[in-house]
Design a protein around this ligand. Sequence first.
Ligand SMILES: Nc1nc2c(ncn2[C@@H]2O[C@H](COP(=O)(O)OP(=O)(O)O[C@H]3O[C@H](CO)[C@@H](O)[C@H](O)[C@@H]3O)[C@@H](O)[C@H]2O)c(=O)[nH]1
Length: 409
Amino acid sequence: MRIGLVCPYQWDVPGGVQYHVRDLADTLRGMGHHVEVLTPAEHEESLPARHVTWAGRTVPIPYNGSMASVQFGPVSAARVRRWLREGAFDVVHVHDPAPPSIGLLVCMIATGPIVATFHAATIRSKWLAAWGPVVRPWLERISGRIAVSDFARRVQVEHLGGDAVIIPNGVHVDAFAHGPALPGRARGVDGPTIGFLGRYDEPRKGLPVLLEAMRTVVRHHPGAQLLIAGRGDPDAVHELLGDDLRAHVTLLGTLSEEDKAAFLRSVDVYCAPNLLGESFGIILIEALAAGAPIVASDLDAFASVLEDGAAGVLVRRGDPRELARALVDLLSDPERRAHLSTRGAQVAAGYDWSQIARRILAVYETVVPPGSGAVTAAEYDGPAELRPVPDGETGDAPLRSALRRWVQR
Ligand SMILES: Nc1nc2c(ncn2[C@@H]2O[C@H](COP(=O)(O)OP(=O)(O)O[C@H]3O[C@H](CO)[C@@H](O)[C@H](O)[C@@H]3O)[C@@H](O)[C@H]2O)c(=O)[nH]1
């Protein structure tokens, strides 16, 4: 099959959607398919030499408690058009297509079957509530919808219409399960260590709650270390450290993929104190695959990955006292850690890319008609609930026409 994957976020910045697209592309290629990727990036040179096409740079806007990439207008539309023409895809698969990005442009321009994966998870999004109806007719051209979790699916249904099948994010389990630890940081030997990874200066990732909890942890475990990996402004962390914590916290910065796996294999406990906006929690699967016992906030998405507490400890989000208690208890209980580690490995196995990619392929197969025809508003004969809405039928027509004219310039 010829497959076009569209990643709307900057390829050269670590992020869940970017890695999802990268790993899906690799896995599908390994299964014998031809896969091309279209993505923005800050630096065109940062892209792989083959099968990844640069869509230009983006402008950041606040979205889902984070910054999404806006990329719209005639220049981007021309790039999208050329990529679609040259790719001659049997199916294009866009990710987070609702914001004004190349994903939405593909929905506006593509004439073949479109599959979309929805990753965003903010239920009360004023932005989506206002913008959703405007873009709905284009999103209705999507013939196969995937949400990475039940939570992401609910956001999708509420703001964008249509339903979606749930297929979670995947991980290459073996890459996390086997390999060395970070030098001098062997699990169970050099610790105790607690790990955190992610955009640590983003409030929704909840690092301040963990730092507050660390004050209690170090009183009970004076040798405890918190290793913080990922992107962010180090000053934002340093400002929160008093004299009591400075010797217990190390910022590792952005890690390579190999170092990330080694980091997750090193920590005695992985902590995810996130506050909101997580559609799935791919980092939890990575940590489970690396054998790290987890303490995480009780977000819906996290509770689902951790099987409501059977595969990790869940604590009330935003509560440093409860978080501290859970961390202290788990660091004091090697048997429980060993049990969670074994259970976690079993859970992670179900998210291996070899299985997830097969489920995504099954969605492609349902939308690619034999002989592969175009799904345009004029020719549409699919299910009634997915039928494109003619412009005259909603009050959003003038804005939509303006957008369309702008893209077609
Ligand atoms: N190598 C490396 N990887 C990193 C780094 N920082 C983050 N990552 C990776 O980036 C991915 C996502 O990181 P998060 O910070 O946890 O999530 P997100 O970008 O907000 O992702 C969103 O979409 C995901 C995919 O659907 C969701 O799983 C997640 O919950 C969230 O909604 C994970 O694979 C994580 O390991 C880093 O410094 N180095």
